[in-house]
Design a protein around this ligand. Structure first.
Ligand SMILES: Nc1nc2c(c(=O)[nH]1)N[C@H]1C(S)=C(S)[C@@H](COP(=O)(O)O)O[C@H]1N2
Ligand SMILES: [Mo]
Length: 307
């Protein structure tokens, strides 16, 4: 099949030395001094309005206000609980409807990709949002290595399963474990969809999904699955964790959409974390403000039905 790589986003050569420093730092943090520096610095800033400069949320909030249900349902607890979770070595399998199934060590993944910074808005279905400077690479570019077949219509992502170290995998049946998510192939190969290996110029904190997590900025946060060990290309849509847990509340698409309320609350606006004591609210935008880039993926779809 053809990986669609529409150049919908503005890529600009940034000469800013800060970016270079950040890139250095993450490579150092990952212990991978030889990786990826040859390609130059290509920093992708994708904003809903080109004129709008996104101000990253403080790293402190990003690191200590997390949703990682394998560890805890409390946003403050996973930082501590994930502390000793082993993320090195790490293996990633890419299989299914592909010509070239792969089993890669994380280092191989990183060596094959050029790491860039992506400053994205991040909107949780619960009604809060952040702006996160992720470090990562294009998911499309990684999938390409596996040579997807024409029959690959969907992509399924599976998180790590380690009930000894992830207490809720034994204790809780709110979700079925391991955590599973999915995208349509055209969503997965959209240039805004990335795999993140770092944030704020450093390697990814464990509680944020180290060593490798998905980030799909136009969808609610639960689609951005953490600690991925397996990526499968499939003919049919995978069954996903939240959709199974509460099908009337969490759809497969989960595109950010202020006109489709959650059954128990409105999605009209969001609390922007870290913007002062009362957390300034922001009017939620369709596709989280990335409509210009992604609306064409859904042009003939009823977004109320396919929520
Ligand atoms: N494996 C796994 N991935 C996950 C989750 C989770 O509990 N387990 N939570 C999701 C939800 S609901 C959100 S909002 C984001 C939160 O990412 P953050 O904690 O890094 O901000 O991760 C998503 N990915
Ligand atoms: Mo979320």
């Amino acid at each position: 099949m053809l990986i669609k790589s529409k150049q919908a986003i503005a890529e600009s050569e940034i000469t800013d030395s800060l970016v270079f420093t950040q890139r250095r730092q993450i490579i150092k943090a990952l212990g991978l001094s030889t990786i990826g520096l040859s390609t130059g610095i290509n920093n992708v800033f994708a904003n809903s309005q080109a004129s709008e400069k996104l101000m990253p949320t403080s790293a402190d909030i990003f690191k200590n206000y997390t949703n990682y249900y394998e560890f805890s349902f409390n946003k403050e607890d996973s930082t501590e609980l994930a502390k000793n979770f082993p993320t090195n070595p790490w293996q990633l399998e890419i299989s299914g409807e592909v010509e070239n199934p792969l089993k890669l060590n994380l280092e191989d993944v990183l060596k094959s990709q050029s790491i860039q910074e992506y400053v994205y808005r991040f909107r949780c279905v619960e009604g809060w949002s952040m702006v996160v400077p992720w470090m990562g690479f294009s998911l499309a570019s990684l999938l390409k290595l596996s040579k997807p077949l024409a029959s690959a219509n969907f992509v399924k992502f599976t998180s790590v399963f380690n009930p000894e170290l992830m207490p809720n995998q034994l204790k809780s049946n709110v979700l079925t474990w391991p955590y599973v998510e999915g995208l349509r192939i055209d969503e997965a190969t959209h240039p805004l969809a990335i795999l993140a290996v770092g944030a704020y110029g450093n390697s990814l904190p464990k509680q944020n999904g180290a060593p490798l997590r998905l980030v799909v900025p136009w969808k609610y946060g639960f689609k951005s699955i953490k600690a991925i060990v397996k990526i499968e290309l499939l003919k049919r849509a995978p069954v996903t964790s939240w959709n199974v847990a509460a099908p009337n509340e969490y759809g497969f698409y989960a595109n950010v959409n202020p006109s489709v309320p959650h059954p128990r609350w409105s999605q009209h606006s969001e609390r922007q974390l870290g913007t002062g004591f009362f957390s300034a609210r922001r009017e939620t935008e369709l596709f989280n403000g990335y409509g210009e880039q992604v609306a064409s993926l859904y042009k003939d779809m009823d977004l109320r039905h396919f929520f």
